[in-house]
Design a protein around this ligand. Structure first.
Ligand code: ADP
Ligand code: MG
Length: 353
């Protein structure tokens, strides 16, 4: 269905806006370089205001970068208007025509391109089948559920056979359950078509479940790009570690190659490029540690709560609070508030930043 798979490359892209309050210029996006491979699904993830939409709109051509160059395949596209870019955008609000039926909404872009009537009919019907809306052609879009409207929006974007599909928080108007099923749906359709997709969300679970690669943004810059596993197991910064899943940070000092010291206790862990003698933080995922009668670090339980699939503990190690999730609690000793215990973890499930 897709003519040719094309990747997207951003080279040192910046966008400067004027802050309406102070009147001062600021970087909404700063020196962002990205290489998005053809046919992959990548997500721009980060908190509100970090520059996701601005980045996406520059790729679509609704905004132009103040610095840098954007490439689609091998073509530099900074100077092209949105309709010349071979990209299509799916918006959060769907942006459907309410007085048009489903067929005409999907056919819109093809009619603009003045394709023959029979060809339009075939393409639209094929597309409606792909998004599982066959039989709905004559419905007005305001007679559709949110999920169905989202499918129409997706069909309308795909029918013009763009090389790159862009999504800006497309599921935020749907209820939680539908959001989960639609993200699987979007991913399935993207894989079927084999199109390059760039997806914006502030929801880390959504990003994890849908993406080949996640790009984590913070304050207009890219903190890290990697697979969901890479960003979870090897976050490059405290921000990423905290934004992707939950993390505990224990202050310590690097005392040698792959060795740190916390509260006088030496711990073997991956110290990466950290220099001996420097301050560091041990990153510990809640599911990465357990409590026992003996172990690596003494602690005191200050919170203990049964959550079904896991026991949720908060323990104090010196003056640091650490949150833990012990899975399969039925099989384990349950510690109570006030109990003294020891924290245990494998050195390959923790690392220092
Ligand atoms: P996100 O999509 O990650 O929530 P945006 O890309 O929309 O973030 O915005 C990034 C920053 O740029 C925010 O501080 C936002 O207020 C600001 N911004 C966005 N659009 C404009 C604009 N047209 N004029 C001025 N500031 C803007
Ligand atoms: Mg946004």
């Amino acid at each position: 269905m897709v003519k040719e798979k094309k990747g997207v490359r951003l080279e040192h892209i910046s966008k400067i806006y004027k802050d309406p309050k102070t009147g001062k210029d600021f970087y909404a996006v700063k020196d962002v370089s990205l290489d998005i491979e053809p046919g992959t699904f990548v997500t721009l993830l980060g908190p509100s205001g970090c520059g996701k939409t601005t980045t996406l709109r520059m790729i679509a051509g609704f905004e132009s970068p103040d610095e840098g160059e954007i490439y689609l395949g091998n073509e530099a596209i900074n100077e092209l208007t949105p309709n010349k870019r071979d990209t299509a955008m799916v918006f959060q609000s769907y942006a459907l025509f309410p007085h048009y039926n489903v067929f005409d909404n999907v056919a819109y872009g093809l009619k603009l391109r003045k394709l023959p009537k029979e060809e339009i009919h075939k393409k639209v019907m094929d597309m409606l089948e792909l998004v599982e809306l066959s039989g709905m052609e004559n419905r007005l879009t305001n007679q559709l559920s949110g999920g169905q409207q989202q499918r129409v929006a997706l069909a309308r974007a795909l029918v013009v056979e763009p090389s790159v599909l862009l999504f800006d928080e497309p599921l935020s108007n749907l209820d939680a359950k539908l959001r989960v099923s639609m993200r699987t749906e979007i991913r399935k359709i993207q894989q079927k078509v084999g199109i390059t997709a760039i997806y914006v969300t502030h929801d880390q679970a959504e990003a994890m479940s849908i993406s080949d690669k996640i790009i984590i943004m913070n304050g207009g810059v890219v903190e890290q790009m990697g697979t969901p596993q890479e960003t979870y197991y090897f976050p490059k910064s405290e921000f990423v570690a905290d934004f992707i899943g939950e993390a505990n940070f224990l202050k310590g000092k690097v005392t040698g190659t792959d060795e740190i010291e916390i509260n006088g206790i030496k711990i073997q862990t991956n110290t990466g490029k950290l220099e001996t003698g420097s301050e560091c933080k041990l990153v510990l995922r809640p599911e990465g540690a357990t409590l026992g009668e003996s172990g690596i670090m003494p602690c005191e339980v200050v919170y203990s709560c049964f959550m079904g699939s896991y026991q949720n503990y908060h323990v104090m190690i010196g003056d640091s609070l650490v949150k833990l999730e012990e899975y399969n609690p039925k099989k384990k000793k349950i510690y109570r508030v006030g109990d003294k215990a020891y924290l245990n973890f494998d050195s390959d499930t923790v690392f220092a930043l």
